[in-house]
Ligand binder design. Structure first.
Ligand SMILES: Nc1nc2c(ncn2[C@@H]2O[C@H](COP(=O)(O)OP(=O)(O)OP(=O)(O)O)[C@@H](O)[C@H]2O)c(=O)[nH]1
Ligand SMILES: Nc1nc2c(ncn2[C@@H]2O[C@H](COP(=O)(O)OP(=O)(O)OP(=O)(O)O)[C@@H](O)[C@H]2O)c(=O)[nH]1
Length: 437
């Protein structure tokens, strides 16, 4: 079941990003920070009571040099296209403006559920102002204050009422969901077409397998797959589609629903900074990752070329050292058959479970080989290890003091675990907890 998506729309300065940040909250990331990813976020997962959802701040999508009103219209369109529920935000201190009315008209036509939020209602006296906004035609306005964090519970309660039916059918557990991400022009659409075209796959055309019509389910050699939200299949031509923030948003949404992410790189052009950023998203999200170097047909090669390119990738993507690399050509279909065995392997590793006793043997051996570090006279003591999650595998170490598990020792343990269990293609999370916690 894909997570429901809420999008916030409204003209500039009504407080969208303030509310977005409030709802998302401060998230403590257990993975290392990759520069440039978490800054000015417009898309994030969030929770409210027992609801898990994703939220988009459409205000963060800047659309070139379009005029003011057109920008707002485009942002509203993103909300309409991407969201299950729209939070339409207005400013309780300013009353209804022409821009508000413009957005209202679009939302009204869209037939998506809309919850009207009147922001900057910082104290109860200002509550009376919210009723003017009934005139926008979206039922009862909800007064909120981003500055003071008021009313957000009511707002999210109302939004959650419109979340799609949770028992709608998603894919079978055994289905491998994968997406192709990469900067424009690396050949994502060509690869999708090559995969679906030649690889003797059976594309199922069952309508309504999912509410996301951009998924393509197919079967190959008895294994079910779904390609999630790839550039080639979706409709093109909208103005905002060419903006960078929007393509990031699409990539994040696709990653979010995938088990395996194929990070596509242009073999002809080589690696650029943007590739790194995109690869970082997949890593941060904890997905299994395969690096696919496309357009290999167009590269002049000798016997060293592939190894050198591999080394370049390793140097640039230090955080993806676990990801296998596959060289292909969508154009000539060369080496394309190498892709599926790799996808299958990394998907399997991504959901691998290790028995606790075996895991602990490995940890004990590792500690015997390379004693735990000491800090200020205290030695790290690992009492017990257990795997607490899959997709990606997460291992909790119960220790005397989590602060003593330094980066280098953590990496040493991770490497030992990887060597033993072969977690090719998947991140492995190691979390230190204080014993008895
Ligand atoms: N008094 C008051 N001010 C608020 C509240 N929420 C946000 N603001 C202020 O309103 C201004 C705009 O807030 P933002 O969150 O940047 O607004 P936005 O809608 O994301 O704006 P754009 O990014 O331009 O689309 C900031 O100065 C906020 O501090 C609120 O509840 N009460
Ligand atoms: N030589 C060569 N060219 C390729 C290959 N794959 C794609 N191309 C070319 O690269 C260009 C971009 O391909 P697309 O498949 O549209 O790339 P994309 O990543 O989907 O692009 P966006 O939709 O803009 O994100 C096209 O001109 C393709 O013909 C390949 O394997 N070899």
């Amino acid at each position: 079941m894909p997570k429901p998506v809420i999008a916030i729309v409204g003209r500039p300065n009504v407080g969208k990003s303030t509310i977005f940040n409030r709802i998302v909250g401060e998230r403590v990331s257990i993975v290392e920070d990759i520069p440039g990813i978490t800054r000015d976020r417009i898309y994030s997962s969030a929770e409210w009571l027992d609801h898990d959802f994703n939220i988009i701040d459409t205000g963060g999508i800047e659309i070139g040099d379009e005029p003011f009103l057109e920008q707002i219209r485009q942002q509203a369109e993103v909300a309409i296209d991407e969201a299950d529920v729209i939070i339409f935000m207005v400013n309780g201190r300013e009353g209804i403006t022409a821009a508000d009315e413009e957005v209202a008209k679009m939302l009204y036509r869209s037939k998506k559920p809309v919850v009207l939020a009147v922001n900057k209602v910082d104290n109860p006296e200002q509550m009376v102002n919210i009723y003017d906004f009934y005139a926008l035609g979206f039922g009862e306005p909800i007064g909120i204050s981003g500055a003071h964090g008021l009313g957000l519970g009511d707002l999210l309660d109302e939004a959650a009422k419109h979340f799609p039916d949770e028992d709608e059918q998603e894919y079978d557990e055994s289905t491998i969901k994968f997406s192709l991400i990469g900067r424009p022009n690396v050949g994502k659409s060509s690869l999708v077409n090559a995969i679906l075209g030649r690889e003797r796959v059976i594309v199922s055309d069952i309508a309504g397998t999912t509410r996301d019509a951009i998924d393509t389910p197919f079967t190959k050699d008895g294994q079910d797959y779904v390609i999630i939200d790839t550039a080639g299949i979706r409709k093109k031509g909208k103005v905002y589609e060419s903006t960078e923030k929007y393509s990031v948003l699409r990539a994040l949404r696709a990653i979010d629903r995938s088990d395996v992410v194929l990070v596509v790189i242009d073999g002809e052009e080589g690696i650029i900074e943007q590739d790194k950023k995109i690869a970082g998203y997949a890593h941060e999200a904890g997905r299994a990752v395969v690096i696919v170097v496309n357009k290999w047909d167009a590269v002049e090669k000798d016997e060293k070329t592939m190894r050198e390119f591999e080394q370049k990738i390793r140097d640039h993507f230090l955080f993806l050292s676990y990801a296998p690399i596959v060289f292909v050509s969508a154009k000539t279909k060369q080496r394309l058959q190498k892709l599926f065995p790799v996808i299958n392997t990394v998907a399997e590793n991504h959901s691998m479970r290790i028995k606790t006793n075996i895991l602990n043997e490995v940890i004990v051996d590792a500690v015997a080989m390379n004693p735990t570090p000491t800090d200020k006279g205290r030695r790290l003591k690992i009492n017990y290890a257990t795997q607490v999650a899959v997709k990606p595998p997460a291992i909790v170490l119960f220790v005397n003091d989590p602060e003593l598990l330094h980066f280098s020792y953590r990496r040493f343990l991770e490497n030992r675990i990887r060597e033993t269990f072969g977690f090719l293609g998947t991140p492995v999370r190691i979390i230190a907890r204080k014993k008895n916690e």
